[in-house]
Write a protein that binds this ligand. Structure first.
Ligand code: ADP
Ligand code: MG
Length: 311
């Protein structure tokens, strides 16, 4: 038996209307993919790629121009209510009424979903996002990180099986980012399917089981994170030689040569066209003796640059 996907997106299109006399902006050009249940799924793309547009269509905040989507098996047009009940969304922008306390924010949201007082989980959610001690503080007195965590709790009030976070760690410091990662991991361990948009590749590499990359409104890759990183064709070798280099050494098969130091040369090469051994041989042919060699494995950043700069 195959498990149906948590989210299924089919040929989603969005053209924003242009200002008077101006052409519209085609933000999504027919995007299709599935998010499997139980995963942490990364949606990556440069600024303006269309990530938030896609999330906001799922959230019911933006009307799509074409295509269809199902959330937890519910069509977002035909079964909007059930679709909405199956997903919690943490938007890119933080917005709170500054005069409510965290407890009240969650209670109000529970009321919005028609959850009776007895069935609300406000205390439990505050505990989960480590805000119990701020239960009765004004939301405006919370730090940025606390507000983010409160947003996550608010998105989970109706216990949706899917949580979507749009750039949850944009502009937050390292420590807070770590806290949010822990929270996301913990929710996922509890069975929540997570969709995360980010432009921090390190974050996607660390957290996500699978990654979809969109660029200019089109899906350009979707693979398990490991496989995506293995797509990197380029390898990098850094070589220290016995004397100052006259300049970078460029040879056929090298895609980049850079002087890092007078005696240190970094060569980027296409692994289909050269090997580390050939690179070293070429350098020796120029009359240098090699004193040290280090290689760097490509990471998600390399793949991302490779894929997004091709378009
Ligand atoms: P991302 O979240 O990946 O940075 P967005 O979905 O926010 O990208 O934006 C995709 C494209 O659509 C961008 O070119 C952006 O300027 C445009 N866009 C987004 N929202 C609107 C809007 N309300 N009206 C017109 N254009 C918009
Ligand atoms: Mg965005």
């Amino acid at each position: 038996m195959t498990i149906p996907p948590a989210i299924s997106i089919r040929d989603i299109r969005k053209t924003y209307a242009g200002a008077k006399g101006q052409p519209g902006k085609e933000a999504l050009k027919g995007v299709s993919f599935d998010v499997p249940e139980g995963e942490i799924f990364g949606l990556l793309g440069p600024n303006g790629a269309g990530k938030s547009t896609l999330i906001n269509i799922l959230a019911g905040l933006v009307n799509k121009t074409g295509g269809s989507a199902e959330i937890w098996g519910f069509d977002i047009d035909e079964q909007r209510r059930n679709a909405s009940r199956s997903i919690g969304i943490v938007p890119q922008e933080i917005v709170f009424d500054p005069f409510f306390t965290p407890f009240e924010v969650l209670e109000n949201q529970g009321g919005f979903y028609g959850i009776t007082k007895a069935l609300r989980r406000s205390e439990e959610l505050l505990e989960a996002v480590r805000l119990s001690d701020k239960r009765d503080a004004y939301a405006r007195t919370l730090s940025g990180g606390m507000k983010r965590r409160l947003m996550v709790a608010k998105a989970m009030v109706h216990s949706p099986p899917i949580l979507v976070l749009d750039e949850p760690t944009a502009g937050v410091d390292v420590e807070l980012r770590k806290q949010l990662w822990d929270l996301v991991t913990q929710l996922n361990d509890d069975g929540v399917t997570i969709v995360l948009t980010t432009h921090y590749l390190e974050e996607a590499e660390e957290l996500c089981d699978q990654i979809a990359i969109i660029n200019h409104g089109e899906l350009i890759a979707k693979k398990p994170t490991r496989e995506l990183i293995e797509m990197a064709r380029e390898k990098i070798v850094r070589v220290t030689v016995d004397r100052d280099l006259a300049g970078p050494i460029m040879e056929p098969g090298f895609s980049k040569a850079e002087l890092i130091d007078p005696r240190v040369l970094e060569i980027t090469y296409d692994r289909d066209q050269a090997s580390a051994g050939q690179v070293l041989l070429k350098i020796q042919e120029h009359g240098y003796t090699i004193e040290d060699v280090t290689t760097r494995e490509p990471d998600l950043e390399d793949v991302f640059v490779q894929l997004t700069s091709a378009a």
